[in-house]
Write a protein that binds this ligand. Structure first.
Ligand code: 8YV
Length: 323
């Protein structure tokens, strides 16, 4: 029997590509040639499986091709809001993701952003590299203490929990969270956190707010101008979830007016575009979507996709099927 034909839209860790090549008839797209909607539509009429990443947009229009051959989209990542899952379902296409394996690394990046923005790490590094450091001085780049402060988490899934755990047990932070469904208080306490009833309750209490909810329509602009205005004056906002959870223009206004003291961002509304206004601000730490970017995690993510797609083509239930 011939091997299923698979399109990998970006280059993956070599170890994963090697396993894919053993099991499937693989076409690897180059990293330099991102696929547009037309190419992705065409791909759905050629390949048995397409393995997209967050940078491949698959809106409903992509699924409107006449003859769809693709049976499964094995998404390289836990978040899959770049795929119109209703359209995939309507065409009978399965979708899988990669939960669990990127929890620690994404929580670590949230911590990196929180510490960098509070302690002005980015500013300090830029200053030193530019040869502008004039020597130690009691008032030089004085930041905000992190230990003992209140952290507010929006979305208490795997990553929200891992971040709570780090901040509570590592930094003695008081951690409160909002989650759309109730979490058993004993379970929450294992991560050093307690649930509040509304997003607003969390925003009003927190010195640092970190977003860990899914992106997409349900949470689009959850952090809008009105909500940003209910944050504590001088609070910080961290986002390692999805860019569309924040209204970026409203965030810029809140940072410009000084309502917010700073922000640490790993994700943006229209990646890779990052508004010039944000790039000019010293009190903002900006990373290029690095949440899961470690060798260990990217390899584990790839292996999870392989596991899902292999199970699917062997007629078994794909373990991480979301559609
Ligand atoms: C991934 C992520 O690198 O898994 C996710 O949801 O945001 C990232 O860490 C990205 O999705 C790759 O497709």
């Amino acid at each position: 029997m011939s091997k299923p034909r698979i399109l990998v839209t970006r280059r993956w860790p070599a170890a994963v590509e090697a396993v894919l090549a053993e099991r499937f008839d693989v076409t690897l797209n180059s990293d330099d040639l991102p696929l547009g909607e037309n190419e992705l539509r065409l791909a759905l009429s050629i390949y048995d499986a397409v393995l997209p990443t967050v940078s491949d947009r698959l809106p409903a229009a992509v699924f409107e091709g006449a003859s769809i051959v693709t049976k499964i989209l094995g998404n390289f990542g836990v978040g899959y809001n770049h795929i119109d899952v209703a359209a995939a379902r309507a065409k009978g296409i399965a979708v899988t993701n990669t939960p669990g394996v990127l929890t620690d690394c994404t929580a670590d990046i949230a911590l990196l952003l929180l510490l960098s923005v509070a302690r002005r790490g980015g500013e300090g590094e830029r200053q030193l590299r530019a040869g502008e450091w004039k020597g130690w001085c009691p008032t030089h780049l004085v930041g905000t203490k992190v230990s003992g402060k209140t952290l507010g988490i929006i979305g208490f899934g795997r990553i929200g929990r891992a971040f709570a755990q780090r901040c509570h047990f590592g930094f003695g932070m008081d951690v409160v969270f909002f989650n759309r469904s109730p979490v058993d208080p004993e379970e929450a306490a294992r991560y050093g956190a307690r649930q509040l009833s509304t997003v607003e309750d969390v925003l009003a209490a927190a010195d640092f707010v970190s977003l860990h909810c899914p992106g997409g329509a349900e949470n689009r602009h959850l952090m809008n101008a009105a909500r940003l205005a209910t944050m504590k004056p001088g609070a910080f906002l961290i986002n390692t979830a999805r860019g569309d959870v924040i209204d970026e223009s409203a965030l810029i206004a809140a940072l410009e007016s000084g309502t917010l003291r700073g922000a640490g961002l790993d994700v943006y509304e229209a990646e890779p575009h990052v508004p010039e206004a944000l790039r000019r601000m010293e009190n903002v730490v900006l990373l290029p979507h690095l949440g899961s970017a470690t060798e260990e995690t990217r390899t584990a993510m790839g292996m999870k996709v392989v596991e899902n797609v292999t199970a699917f083509f062997e007629g078994r239930e794909a373990p991480d099927r979301v559609v």
